[in-house]
Design a protein around this ligand. Structure first.
Ligand code: NAP
Length: 244
């Protein structure tokens, strides 16, 4: 790998939006480390990225797994100057029926996981006086969504975290932003019925679900030098579903 090639770490790169972000960042010249929760998933990422990247196993809920990831990265290929916190899950239920486990698992993955992964990359970025962090939020962080209080709480917190950390590290050339997707066709939305999809699309002015690539394009812009004067911001990519 050439010295001037930046390393980008993309969590949850085995499928959906994360996979598309990883592919897009390779196209933009980054060396991409993409993660999956299983070793088989990590191997598959490594095969698909070829010489331009690598796959690693990561469970953002597990401190030991996060520690092992960064111990390995320090050896090779090195610590990332670009981080995309994409890994996320839903466990939908109405509040009256929501179990402690459904609440805790979502918050621990989507919010605490972001803390676990972001903290270790900061030192290298501070030293380089350059860094880019993009956190994948959701349109529902602003809109609210019945049956998703756990998920919405976690994603709203991600946006608040983004604004606060942006102010902490801005003087060192590090930007941190969020991208908030609308309804995107991935495994996460695959369980919706045709009727639910049509009902949802009736609220989207652009009249279609988003693609993972729509989201990847916004992320690629935010991690580029062209976006150097944008920090603490949330960019909405939702076909007009929500206009802030
Ligand atoms: P997806 O297709 O379900 O993929 C989820 C990814 O996260 C997978 O790579 C999965 O790895 C990884 N992951 C799950 N639990 C993890 C854990 N504990 N540790 C590390 N990685 C974990 O989801 P998606 O639709 O692409 O969503 C990606 C992001 O976009 C999420 O943050 C989601 O909240 C957000 N988002 C999605 C939509 C949408 O409509 N799809 C809308 C708004 C926001 P494995 O493959 O190994 O399980």
């Amino acid at each position: 790998m050439r010295d001037d090639v930046k390393i980008a770490l993309v969590t949850g790169a085995s499928r959906g939006i994360g996979r598309s972000i990883a592919t897009k960042l390779v196209e933009h010249g980054y060396f991409v480390v993409g993660t999956a929760t299983t070793q088989a998933g990590a191997d598959e990422i490594g095969e698909s990225l070829g010489d331009a990247g690598a796959g690693r196993q990561l469970d953002v809920q597990d401190d030991a797994s996060v520690g092992a990831l960064f111990t390995g990265l320090r050896d090779a290929p090195g610590m990332p100057l670009v981080l995309v916190n994409n890994a996320g899950i839903t466990r939908d239920n109405l509040m009256l029926r929501m179990s402690v486990d459904e609440w805790t698992t979502v918050v621990d993955t989507n919010l605490n996981g972001l803390f676990r992964v972001t903290k270790p990359v900061l030192r290298g970025m501070l030293r380089a006086r350059w860094g880019r962090i993009v956190n994948v939020s959701s349109v529902v962080a602003r809109m609210g969504s019945p049956g998703q209080s756990n998920y919405v709480a976690s994603k709203s917190a991600v946006e608040g975290f983004t604004r606060s950390l942006a102010q902490e590290v801005a003087s060192r050339g590090i930007t941190i932003n969020a991208v908030a997707p609308g309804f995107v066709a991935t495994d996460m939305t695959a369980e919706l019925t045709e009727a639910q999809i049509q009902q949802m699309l009736s609220r989207v002015p652009l009249g279609r679900m988003g693609s993972a690539e729509d989201i990847a394009e916004a992320v690629a812009f935010l991690v580029s030098d062209k976006a150097g004067y944008i920090t603490g911001e949330t960019i909405h990519v939702n076909g007009g579903l929500y206009m802030a």
